[in-house]
Ligand binder design. Structure first.
Ligand SMILES: NC(=O)c1ccc[n+]([C@@H]2O[C@H](COP(=O)([O-])OP(=O)(O)OC[C@H]3O[C@@H](n4cnc5c(N)ncnc54)[C@H](O)[C@@H]3O)[C@@H](O)[C@H]2O)c1
Length: 340
């Protein structure tokens, strides 16, 4: 058993990782400022794992709060989710992103150094590959960035690599592809504020009747059906990858890995699968391409299998079914454990 501090542990991926850590016999402690999470998530995690995890309510930028987390709990390692993540917002307000994502990570690493806690899983992203031209994308592909958000992620990866050259940090940088879905209990899931940027939460709102129809941004890409290809991964598979990553770090094995399924799925295929989960054809229309979208983004997942033994288990239908179940339970105030 290890006790793991999860910065941003109340968020979408963090809350599912709390559950996966528990299932693997570890303990999670959450450090979150609740800037993008509902406080009720802690109690809902508790309903899944038997008791709510301990929470330190504070920002990674607040040295006092982070020191308190290390002082009050005997922490063995850290999984660092806390960040701002909206690409468009990062273009409008880059300094806020540099502050929270880069300065926040430096403050966290400094506190870890003080506490002599060295294993650190960092939430990176497939957007560090910029505009890739060879697929599926291996970790050895050149990195780049097309937004301040992606810049913060590649910068923090590099900062941590240099910190690990000077101190005994053991870093696991996980480059996530497209996390979707929800825990199958329907007690936790993604809770995007406003109009979602991402396909599945958008479709969920169309299915709930909150948005009129799905806009498909471009059907003239050089892909089999003309729409964009992404590598969707069930959030519980992603959460389980974090457990394997932390286990490897606790054994001293650092890594930088893609976390995806390796299966490219088009917008039209996703629309079809989600419609199947809902039980009716969701309305959609094709509109012009959205600036900044790349035609294709899918992982070569071979290294994660080799290094961590990680392989995603849940398929596209499970992703859609769990998302839809969560969205309905959420609308019913999380009272519904199994509305199907
Ligand atoms: N969801 C995705 O599609 C995706 C893809 C690639 C990478 N990522 C990265 O994964 C991580 C988790 O993403 P998510 O989807 O769970 O996002 P999320 O917004 O649901 O979770 C982030 C959590 O961090 C908290 N937080 C933000 N700033 C903080 C601060 N200064 N101090 C303490 N807590 C703070 C928020 O309240 C929230 O609970 C992020 O680093 C994100 O950039 C996400």
């Amino acid at each position: 058993m290890a006790r793991i501090l999860l910065t941003g542990g109340a968020g979408y991926i963090g809350s599912h990782t709390c559950v996966a850590l528990h299932e693997a016999g570890h303990e999670a402690v959450i450090l979150d400022d609740f800037s993008n999470a509902d406080e009720s998530v802690v109690e809902r995690i508790g309903r899944i794992i038997g008791a709510p995890p301990p929470v330190v309510n504070g920002s990674i930028l607040d040295g006092e709060a982070v020191r308190r987390a290390f002082a009050e709990h005997a922490i063995d390692g850290v999984i660092h989710f806390a960040a701002f993540k909206a690409v468009g917002e990062s273009v409008a307000n880059p300094l806020a992103y540099f502050e929270n994502n880069i300065a926040g990570s430096i403050a966290l690493a400094r506190a870890m150094r003080e506490a002599q806690v060295w294993p650190l899983v960092f939430s990176s992203t497939a957007t560090v590959y910029g505009e890739p031209d060879a697929f599926p994308i291996p970790e050895t592909a050149p990195t780049g960035y097309t937004s301040p958000y992606a810049f913060t992620k590649i910068t923090v990866e590099q900062i941590l690599a240099q910190a690990a050259a000077a101190d005994p940090f053991v870093i696991g940088a996980l480059r996530y592809f497209n996390p979707v879905g929800a825990h199958e209990s329907a007690l936790i899931g993604e809770d995007p504020r406003g109009i979602p940027d991402n396909l599945m939460p958008y479709m969920a709102k169309v299915a709930m009747g909150e948005l009129e129809q799905l806009s498909v941004f471009g059907d003239d890409y050089d892909t089999p059906d003309g729409t964009g290809l992404r590598d969707y991964i069930h959030v519980m598979d992603l959460a389980e990858a974090h457990v394997l990553s932390m286990n490897a770090l606790l054994e001293g094995r650092a890594h930088t890995l893609n976390i995806g399924t390796g299966i490219p799925t088009s917008v039209l295929q996703m629309h079809e699968a989600y419609s199947r989960a809902v039980g009716r054809e969701l309305p959609m229309r094709v509109v012009p391409r959205r600036p900044g979208d790349v035609p294709r983004l899918d992982a070569d997942p071979a290294r994660a299998l080799e290094v961590l033994g990680f392989e995603a288990k849940r398929d596209l239908d499970a992703m859609c079914r769990d998302s839809w179940r969560w969205v309905r339970a959420q609308a019913a105030g999380w009272r519904l454990n199994d509305p199907s």
